[in-house]
Design a binder for this molecule. Sequence first.
Ligand code: NAG
Ligand code: NAG
Ligand code: NAG
Ligand code: NAG
Ligand code: NAG
Ligand code: NAG
Length: 458
Amino acid sequence: MLHCIVTDKFKMEWTRVVVISLIMAHATSSTDGECFCLKEIASELRNPLYMAHTVLNQEEVYFIAEQTGTIKSLNVKSNVVQDYIDLRELVVIEDRFREERGLLGFALHPMFVNNHKLYTYSIRNFKKDYAVISEIKKSGTLFDERILVAIPIPGEQRNGGQLLFGIDGYLYIFIGDGADGSNTSKAQDRTSLLGKVLRLDVDSFDIVNDKIQYYKVPEENPFVNDADWRPEIFALGTRNMWRCSVDRGDSATGEGKGTIYCGDTGDDLQEEVDIITKGSNYGWNYREGNVCLNVTMCSTIANEVLPIHTFNHSDGISAIVGGPVYRGTRFPYLAGKYIFGDFGSGRLYMLNNSGQNWQRSELSLCLTSKCGCKAHATPKQFLLAIGEGNSGEMFLLMTDNIMAQSVASGAVYELVPPLNDTKTATCGSESNRSFIGLLLVSTFLFLLNCIETTSTEI
Ligand SMILES: *[C@@H]1O[C@H](CO)[C@@H](O)[C@H](O)[C@H]1NC(C)=O
Ligand SMILES: *[C@@H]1O[C@H](CO)[C@@H](O)[C@H](O)[C@H]1NC(C)=O
Ligand SMILES: *[C@@H]1O[C@H](CO)[C@@H](O)[C@H](O)[C@H]1NC(C)=O
Ligand SMILES: *[C@@H]1O[C@H](CO)[C@@H](O)[C@H](O)[C@H]1NC(C)=O
Ligand SMILES: *[C@@H]1O[C@H](CO)[C@@H](O)[C@H](O)[C@H]1NC(C)=O
Ligand SMILES: *[C@@H]1O[C@H](CO)[C@@H](O)[C@H](O)[C@H]1NC(C)=O
């Protein structure tokens, strides 16, 4: 009697989501004290994939970039969300599952509060696709933009997207290798900017071949005196670094300050976490994580630096999302730990440096009953980035649907600690919430049943 119109593909998708949700519910519920709660601070976003914290017109704001091309400002006090910069007409993005183009990142100038300059990383089309790094200065409702670098990208994926300022005041750019297959990578090619970390002085300009260049190559860059190399290169052999951070250092001792950590997404074998240092070679595409892919070349990699941590895809991690070294105060047991996550499952991990090695452990979401009434949010499926607030507290940028042009299902969650006492909080809408939950589950089961019973007929 039921008229369910379902295709096999639809069924597979839903089965996968159900399975993942069950795994997540199992893996992330915890009964011990060391867990986190989530408070939603923004929703209906289109693939929120980077976040920064600053002061704008004397008010604290979070800037949140959407892959579709806008940087929104969220006023911390009033919660008002507005478009700050709109690049939607300029970036290239399509509505499909593996779309790695669009606006991919931004960085605020270290003096942003005074000069209002920020830097964007996006994919744009000028007859062909380029990874474009631009400087934007907003004044009133208009903004001036100038392009610092435009690198032609060979494929549509592995486009990098991280920008950050080091404590040396230089802009670091993490370019993906842009390749379609592991054999065609330019990550080891010293004449190409693909698969590299670049370092630029954006507070100066230069004249190169009689043309203005809106940056200068720092004299301390590692390869400036070797004509075989592009002088912008700071490090090489990277695949597709997705989310890097600069450690602000221990607030008392300064320990760790300035260290740059990155998650480098792997190919078929391993994901890795790297510490980025000058002139280092991170091995791709001769080595993936710790695994040698090209036996004749592995022993010839000069200045190779191995990852501080790797993990196989068989460990249940699909694609790494690098996070910060935690320097906040809400979670004392995370102090000084490197935090990262997994794109596909939304899981969070920490690395604890126990002297010789870095040990991984999973962080768990608290049971709702342990969380304050405003921190009952349940995470979405995909983790896009881990944000860091002004005082070092953390945020998760997530979505349920990465087809961001048609669906705005992204949200930002603030990590908050569980309640201190053991008695559970009674929240006004709690019983309604449970009821809605029950309703959703029943609808789910109904649908599933409906799929089961009709699929044989299709
Ligand atoms: C890429 O390299 C692998 C060995 O690492 C080889 O098996 C494969 O055939 C190569 N693919 C192409 C397209 O050259
Ligand atoms: C190893 O790398 C060299 C240099 O890039 C390349 O010529 C060779 O084809 C690679 N071998 C394999 C098996 O991919
Ligand atoms: C990870 O993968 C590598 C290469 O495939 C393999 O040598 C290693 O044993 C694996 N490690 C674990 C813990 O599964
Ligand atoms: C980190 O490692 C140290 C040294 O092994 C250990 O004493 C400490 O308990 C670990 N911390 C966490 C949070 O796992
Ligand atoms: C928990 O207790 C500690 C000290 O007893 C206090 O500093 C902290 O603010 C409390 N946290 C919450 C969420 O109540
Ligand atoms: C459930 O929600 C309705 C409408 O928002 C509200 O009037 C009612 O008091 C809620 N019930 C409980 C038990 O919180």
